[in-house]
Ligand binder design. Sequence first.
Ligand SMILES: Cc1cc2nc3c(=O)[nH]c(=O)nc-3n(C[C@H](O)[C@H](O)[C@H](O)COP(=O)(O)OP(=O)(O)OC[C@H]3O[C@@H](n4cnc5c(N)ncnc54)[C@H](O)[C@@H]3O)c2cc1C
Length: 384
Amino acid sequence: MNPDVVVIGAGVVGACCARACVEAGLTVVVVDRGAVAGGTTGGGEGNILVSDKEPGPELDLALLSRELWAQMAGSLGDSFELDPKGGLVVATHQHTLDYLLRFADEQRACGVIAEPVAATDLPDHEPRISRDLAGGVLYPQDMQVQPMLAAAHIIEAACATGRTTLMTDCAVTGIDVDASGAVSGVRTAQGVISTRHVINAAGTWGGEIAALAGVELPILPRRGFILVTEPLPPLVRHKVYAADYVANVASDNAGLETSAVIEGTHSGTILIGASRERVGFDKTLDWHVLGRLAKQAIEIFPLLAEVQLLRTYGGFRPYCPDHLPVIGPDPRVPGLLHACGHEGAGVGLGAATGHVIAQWITGASTSIDLAPFSPARFGASHVA
Ligand SMILES: Cc1cc2nc3c(=O)[nH]c(=O)nc-3n(C[C@H](O)[C@H](O)[C@H](O)COP(=O)(O)OP(=O)(O)OC[C@H]3O[C@@H](n4cnc5c(N)ncnc54)[C@H](O)[C@@H]3O)c2cc1C
């Protein structure tokens, strides 16, 4: 096997990278030590948000990505439940609303559609919402997908071209370089794959893959839990979340942070998030966290107090210290590219990530400046 590109990781980001590379005319092998979407992609939600991004490189990437998601959904026949439902961010107190309105002003200057909603008008958008809120902002550009279906169908479509091979249950154990230090192949549990380009799409485990190539990447797990209700008739129309969520996303605090995030799904269940804490890869269920999530959700949708929970699940967001993903070539190892560390936005940012990575490999100018996402921002350290 001698593909143009080996993608390590069959999560949503790896899937988007594979598809973009194939569309750019490259041959691809996708390798995952487990199943498609068996990593964080199978442990999160599927929001494609611009509403929670402050002006800057991540917002630029998010705006590009939502366009690309819509195009992908069009060409893949709505196979992954893309729902352009819009987001509604609400404030419980006046001081939070003041902050939210200022934040929305800044976002509008960057091309985000953000419409202030007075407290009295909130029920027009969400009839079941609490009457005790201070107000909110509507973000019509926010969308939702089912992330596991997205990863699976995007990889399936790439394989259907005949130019992509998927290898699951196949761990990558090494990255080979030639005498000049450039990538020459990938060692796996099923043998060596010769290639000149490796895309590290290993999410929370992106640092381990980087280490196989002899370089450091500071990616850490940031745990999150989700509650899932029983299936219900449509009660929640938008992605609805508390304004505090934006501050939690941007926080460097390793301790527990929770803020209500509520949304319906095609199957009728309601998903309730979102917690954030850095506790390593500890998967232990934490009832205290689940209780906090439930309480905060009921403050926004009081009717949830009467609803049964079906289950809970969680995952490990790939967290970088500056909250930006690592996207682009690694100057320390020619041929190694990173597409990982997207924290709580890997689904939303996945489409644009694959797009710019494929552009870079084929020598096209990238739609977005990759400098802010470069691994060089962490310093040029190598590992032994
Ligand atoms: C509770 C929660 C809620 C979230 N909500 C959202 C949301 O609403 N919107 C959003 O955009 N994002 C959300 N996220 C974040 C999102 O899920 C992640 O950013 C995204 O799934 C990362 O995708 P990925 O493809 O980079 O990584 P992953 O899905 O983790 O894929 C990486 C893959 O690499 C493989 N791998 C690792 N090591 C090796 C190896 N040595 N050899 C071979 N394969 C290897 C793994 O098996 C894995 O399948 C949420 C996350 C959580 C936990």
